[in-house]
Design a binder for this molecule. Sequence first.
Ligand code: FAD
Length: 458
Amino acid sequence: MIPDFDLVVIGSGPGGYVCAIKAAQLGLKVACIEGQKSPGGTCLNVGCIPSKALLHASEAYHESTQNFSKMGIEIETPKVNWSQMLKYKNEMIAQNTQGIELLFKKNKIKHIVGWAKIISPTSIKVGKQLISASNIVIATGSKPSPFTGATPDGKIIVDSTGALNLQEIPKKLIVIGGGVIGLEMSSVFNRIGTEVTVIEYLDHIAVGMDKEISKSFLRILKKQGMNFIFNSAVNNIKVKDNIALIDYLSRSNSTKSTLSANVVLIATGRRPFTDGLGLEDINVATNNTGQIIVNEKLQTNHPNIFAIGDVTTGPMLAHKAEDEGIAVAEQLAGQESLLNYNLVPSVIYTSPEVSSVGKTEQELKDEQIEFKVGKFSFMGNGRAKVNFSSDGFVKILADKKSDKILGAHIIGPGAGDIIHEICVAMEFGASTEDIARTCHAHPTVSEAVREAALACLD
Ligand code: FAD
């Protein structure tokens, strides 16, 4: 019997929709099943796109209150119209998700709305509909990790989805977790007048980040008015008279304390979303955190079932999911495709932005690799100064003998964009001398990358 499709992709987030489109472009007959009405997954609906819309709008407001008058722009005191900000954010979601629907149509991908359950390695059920496929890609993403001390109610106790849809600007916000999502949402509300306190279990923010960057980042966020409580475990949240009461325990001196807030954002991480997918029935192997185990070709223990994106191992990032989607599509079309996970950049879209690629100093030390460091502060960059954004620096790590670039860490203006110069350089195995000898336009913030490369060369 000929299967209905060459490939069925479950989930239409950045992993799923990119995989489906690429496979269709390479000649495969493809269907993409999505449980939600709106395609695009976490990223487009409740993740990357809405959070960046609110970051952009709040940053524009902040810029207008802080820098406009310095530059000779006189305006009446700007005010935040929160409901319009939410409307703008929702319009951005709609534009992006409608774009996916158009791309599905254009590439003749069958878009099936409904929750999929895999019932055999070649068949899937959606409601009463049975679909057969030669290959299946699981791209079902992730959802917020459950928090034992409270359940989000969407109003006072929220997860990131709730925080993106708050109907009012909270006077006081407590954020549990100083990771990327917690810090981005903290920045949004801090800029528009909320008193923000981040409670973090560890003694630093943004786990995994280069230590020097992390310290500088914390100093800048504090200067912007955000409060931090470290080494503390939140164990219980109660709501009384519409106020959240947050009990936490200091891990350094075991003291118990309580804070109150109008809203609490639980940003303690995400876990793979495989509910109702039927993985146990067909014995798809997962690890102890629920991630689907795959080999370097992204195949599960069933060779024709693949897993990509947040549902499997590796960083929970949209671009990692996309690249995995492309890799699987290319393999199914008979092409070779492997990913270099060392070159997946990560970005925090605060102001200033923070980005990194490759190894941190600590990782190089642990691996006993001899390296050199080149740094350049944005204080010495003309363009950053003109733009009132000279906080931060570029740091490049290179092999001591060969000068090959091993990693880069940036905090400063445009960090999320200028990191890609280093990604490309590393992809081509370039040295810091290659970057230093490349002409960089003046005045640009990218010149700081060249200066950091020069600093590696004595
Ligand atoms: P998802 O985008 O989660 O999509 C999975 C889809 O599968 C969902 O639509 C779900 O409904 C569907 N699905 C699940 N089970 C089934 C089923 N059984 N049947 C049918 N459909 C199913 N990453 C970045 O790189 N940059 C950012 O700036 C960024 N910002 C973020 C901000 C926030 C607030 C959050 C929460 C996340 C952010 N991320 C960011 C992470 C990013 O959203 C994820 O890494 C990315 O969406 C993962 O893509 P995915 O395709 O694996 O899964």
